[in-house]
Design a protein. Structure first.
Length: 428
């Protein structure tokens, strides 16, 4: 079976690696920059922008690819699935219309409200951003300010926490294409990813990501500095009732999408805030999370190519999907200065990373030497029977890397987990 993986980050390296565990699978890759990990697995690669849809379709046809797995959101918004399917290539990823769940935050909230899907915070949509300003000026209390369109995960500002009223207004003035203002949710975040075939949804282990750049959840938001998951596939601050509730919300989304003529297939990513009143939806993504894909795909014990065929032909069921009952901790190494002024072109040397699984991300290999680029560099995933062992495995590998890179030492530690649990207790 021939599968094209679109995208060149850590997430796509994890997808390609999981697909390649089946020796009958041939992997092809389209990526903007040559990811050495993916290049080492792929039969052939095409270096092109992932949003250059005609180029991707042409490459898929030249190579005789039958399936495509779309990693990032930008090509989904560019209609890559519509075009690949028109060329007879089955895709793991939603059509452009169904991907609006992620690419259009107003569409997502309106759908949740119209179909009375639980977990929707209070919100107001302003297609004309100027109209949001009087509302912000008069609003008492905190607000989440979100551009309607894609921002690469860095578009949200919390008035009352990160920014004051004046800065929130200044921010809104520079947003193009409308804004959603939302009730500020308080609680602990978790990620629920699921395989979806249009009607059936099969959940993956829960993961918690860490968006802030520095230890102790300080500093600016990033694409995600690392993440962890527990051996029982849930999280200690999520009760069985919360978990059921989150799955029910995701299933409602899938059934409404099917009923309204936009059946959703691919990976559905739910980002939840577990609040005093149970899980609320922060947003949905139409793809795997990065880093969260690395946690769950390292654990996946079923055949991913088989899951790919089932997602595309609508025959997915829980009994074909299983994950090892181990803990995982993923730590991203990022260039010094990331995210505000990342130092590109710094050479780095890996230690002996045998304790953990290495995934390459935004990194360049020249004459056998590795160099940083401007985004997240590479990640290590440690696994183990306990969170502590998984954390030590990831930490040992991450700290053995030499060069001008850094990582968060606190991700997956007992101290951080205890803080999350205490925070949840305090809210409930
Ligand atoms: P997003 O780009 O939607 O993933 O949001 C980025 C981050 O902003 C999330 O991880 C949350 O920490 C925060 N956030 C988004 N929406 C809200 C909200 N309604 N209340 C509180 N925090 C939020
Ligand atoms: N880790 C968050 C995301 O992939 O959007």
């Amino acid at each position: 079976m021939k599968i094209l993986v679109v995208g060149g980050g850590g997430r796509e390296h994890a997808i390609a690696r999981a697909l390649s565990r089946n020796s009958e699978t041939e992997i092809f890759s389209v990526m903007a920059k040559k990811n050495p990990g993916i290049a080492g697995i792929a039969r052939s690669i095409c270096l092109a922008r992932e949003t250059d849809v005609p180029r991707v379709v042409a490459f898929a046809q030249e190579t005789g690819t039958e399936y495509a797995f779309i990693g990032p959101e930008a090509p989904l918004e560019a209609g890559i699935v519509d075009q690949l399917e028109a060329a007879g290539i089955a895709c793991v990823g939603p059509t452009r219309a169904a991907a609006r769940l992620e690419t259009d935050k107003a569409f997502c909230r309106e759908m949740m409200a119209e179909h009375r899907i639980a977990g929707c915070p209070e919100y107001r949509i302003f297609h004309n951003t100027a109209d949001a300003i009087p509302f912000i000026r008069d609003h008492e209390g905190d607000l989440a300010v979100k551009p309607i369109g894609l921002t690469g995960g860095k578009g949200v500002r919390i008035m009352g926490e990160q920014v004051d009223r004046a800065a929130a207004i200044a921010y809104v003035r520079q947003i193009k294409g409308g804004v959603v203002l939302e009730e500020r949710l308080r609680g602990e975040e978790f990620t629920l990813q699921a395989f979806v075939d249009g009607t059936h949804l099969v959940p993956m282990p829960l993961v918690q990501d860490h968006k802030r750049a520095f230890e102790g959840d300080l500093g600016p938001n990033t694409g995600g500095m690392g993440s962890y998951s527990m051996p029982n596939h849930t999280l200690p601050f999520v009760t069985p009732a919360d978990y059921k509730h989150a799955i029910a919300i995701m299933k409602s989304i899938v059934s409404v999408m099917a009923r309204t003529g936009n059946p959703y297939k691919g990976i559905l990513y739910g980002q939840f805030m577990n609040t005093a009143n149970g899980p609320k939806v922060i947003e949905f993504n139409a793809r795997f999370g990065d880093p969260e894909a690395m946690n769950v795909l390292t654990l996946l014990s079923s055949d991913l190519p088989d899951i790919v065929t089932r997602i595309t032909d609508g025959s997915l069921s829980q009994s074909q999907v299983s994950f090892d009952h181990a803990a995982t901790v993923c730590k991203y190494l990022v260039p010094a200065g990331y995210p505000d002024s990342p130092q590109k072109g710094e050479s780095l040397t890996l230690g002996d990373p045998k304790t953990a699984t290495l995934y390459y991300a935004n990194i360049e290999e020249r004459d056998g030497q590795l160099y940083t680029l401007s985004s997240r560099t590479l990640a290590f995933v440690g696994t183990g029977p306990t969170l502590n062992e998984a954390e030590q495995a990831a930490e040992a590998a991450a700290s053995a890397v030499k060069g001008r890179v850094r990582h968060r030492k606190d991700i997956g530690t007992r101290a951080l987990l205890d803080r999350r649990v205490a925070h949840m207790k305090e809210l409930r």
